[in-house]
Design a protein around this ligand. Sequence first.
Ligand code: ATP
Ligand code: MG
Length: 423
Amino acid sequence: MKNAIRQSELFTKTRKEIPADEVSKNAELLIRGGFIHKEMAGVYSFLPLGLRVLKKIENIIREEMDAIGGTEMKTAVLQNKEIWEKSGRWSDEVVDTWFKTKLKSGGETGLSFTNEEAYSNILKQYVNSYKDLPVYPYDFKEIFRNETRSKSGIMRGREFYWKALYSFSRNEKEHNEFYEKIKTAYQNIFRRAGIGHLTYVTFASGGSFSKFSHEFQTLTSAGEDTIYLDENSGVAVNKEVYTDEVLADLKLEKDKLVEKRAVEVGNIFSLGAKFSVPFDLKYKDESGEEKPVIMGSYGIGLGRLMGTVVETLSDDSGIIWPESIAPFSVHLLSLGESGAVAKEADDVFKLLSEAGMETLYDDRPGISAGEKFADADLLGMPYRAVISERSMKEGGVELKKRTEEKGKIVSKEELLKALSGKD
Ligand code: ATP
Ligand code: MG
């Protein structure tokens, strides 16, 4: 990614109108800012600014997955019907969100709505012995689900981008150790993306051999899930498993739990031998005995995470990107029509870009100061640096954080220092 660009080079512009059928705040702000383009309900294209955010989220996730032994690969989007018949999930009665199509040469194919079958089938070709395990392959991928409702902007797409990792372990103990590691990695990801303080590990349904799966639920009124949270311990339970029996099991007291709206930003599952058996995925242990591989699956929706950040970290004027995933660190504004200001702003832009600072430079002529300020607030870079006749008279650049009311005048050297000392 280019680290510094002039706004005049960006083909996107901020806009006041949004598609009439768009009701979610994340889509509203992201469309107005020119981060995304709506193709149809639940389907969005990522424009240059939006892609930068997505890539940053992707890199955070990649770092955390690699740190716990993940190996990145890429599975195909078009899926083989026969593979899915092995697990019984080709059937439209079992899975009602498939996008399927006919092949001209005869037969059918479907677009990936998840990855367990693809991974089990691939690993079957490579895993024979205990020496081949454990392994933790993962990929970033477009996923397709024919969702009935898609009113939550990029938080619920019919096409969306996710990371899925699958663990292949020799036994339950080895599986459980990895499960705890990835749980921590997920907490790191959400903290680094700026929503750690709002995100809770939540007991949910659907583990094989473990009673629960774990969801990472972020508190927001834009969420579609209901959770019950113990604010002291930070333990939460999804409504779908909220029963007296489960509460007793988890040693939670009903009257200490508060009901909250939340969105599932990630989900981790123990799968046991659910897929290993139909795919005949087994290995020979040290004594030559054949055993099923123990699996787990771990997903995060990148668009959903990005939408959640917008929902939870914006104000009335626009988005407030956390430093770690902001498209650019600093938004440099050149105000007024004076040639001296334009030249000074060009110099500062050069200085910042040469220092490797991620800079968006609003060099557009003929745009009022008010409009440039409003755009900077809407686009939400963590820092705003303004060059105007006034700032030059006062000795430099006016620097302001997105979250601050008022900025302060700093020299060019101080600007560089303030921006590189951040984080
Ligand atoms: P939900 O219950 O919200 O429909 P899910 O439980 O079906 O989600 P999973 O199959 O667990 O979703 O997918 C793993 C992750 O992918 C989710 O935790 C979420 O972050 C993301 N995700 C799932 N569905 C969507 C979607 N339609 N749009 C964007 N992200 C999604
Ligand atoms: Mg889920």
